[in-house]
Design a protein around this ligand. Structure first.
Ligand code: FPP
Length: 250
């Protein structure tokens, strides 16, 4: 980890511990623009983005947030220039290998959501190693959405359920929200309380479509490579001002 960490007691005094989200999800947008503004190649924005993500993970641990999900690569991102896609795949692989020891020391439990079988074999191997090695950790849960698309996730869940019905393992009237959630990539996770998207874009871009039904969404103009702890604190502060009614009245 490159950035300096603080400890749990360093939760900023204007944030209330009891009102922290349990699960934060991030759409890390703006890496390319950040690099372009500095006359750098786009990949430099992604590299800097990794440092920001690592510090955010540390910050979530320090401040007592239980789960962090990061949108690293969408099913649509394959349409980027081939060299950028290749760079990202190699970057994911390298970061996983480099950070495994620290994740073990820090008790991080990593998991991945998305269609992993379409990823390069070497990356799949690194992913499997990191899942296996951290599976007994019980600290923060770190979910990486890789080759993830919300629509694709819903379709594969429908297909898996249909196959069970076809084989007589499930009755159609047994399909409910709980059954459905068990077939999503995110099975076993709680829904995100707070979704943050950086860089001024105001949309979900196929991220956690089912799971975001009652998430609070925070948009900021800040580009991902500039999204430091003070920006995260602002997002949490905004979240704590909101009244979550889940369709009910106050
Ligand atoms: C979007 O910015 C960013 C991405 C598609 C990649 C995000 C990935 C990381 C930060 C690396 C994460 C690493 C691990 C190991 C989880 P953009 O390129 O669309 O930016 P732009 O909109 O300014 O062009």
């Amino acid at each position: 980890m490159t950035a300096q960490s603080t400890k749990l007691e360093d939760l900023p005094s204007d944030l209330k511990k009891e009102l922290l989200p349990k699960h934060v999800a991030v759409i890390m947008d703006g890496n390319g623009r950040w690099a372009k503004r500095r006359g750098l190649p786009r990949i430099m924005g992604h590299k800097r983005g990794v440092d920001i993500l690592k510090d955010l993970l540390r910050c979530c641990q320090d401040w007592g947030i239980k789960a962090l999900t990061a949108y690293a690569f969408s099913t649509e991102n394959w349409g980027r220039p081939q060299e950028e896609v290749e760079f990202l795949m190699t970057l994911f692989q390298r970061v996983l290998r480099q950070e495994l020891r620290e994740m073990l020391e820090e008790n991080v439990k990593i998991s991945f959501v998305g269609n992993l079988l379409a990823l390069p074999n070497a990356l799949q191997a690194e992913i499997n190693t990191s899942i296996e090695e951290t599976k007994n950790n019980h600290g923060i849960k770190f979910n990486v959405a890789t080759n993830y698309g919300g629509r694709e996730e819903i379709i594969q869940a429908c297909r898996a359920i249909a196959e069970k019905v076809d084989k007589g393992l499930l009755q159609p009237n047994e399909i409910n929200e709980t059954t459905f959630e068990h077939h999503l990539y995110t099975a076993g996770n709680c829904d995100p309380d707070l979704i943050i998207r950086t860089s001024g874009e105001m949309r979900l871009s196929n991220f956690l479509l089912w799971q975001s039904a009652y998430s609070e969404i925070y948009f900021t103009d800040t580009l991902w490579p500039d999204f430091d702890r003070s920006e995260f604190k602002k997002a949490l502060f905004a979240y704590q001002q909101r009244e979550r009614r889940f369709g009910k009245v106050s």
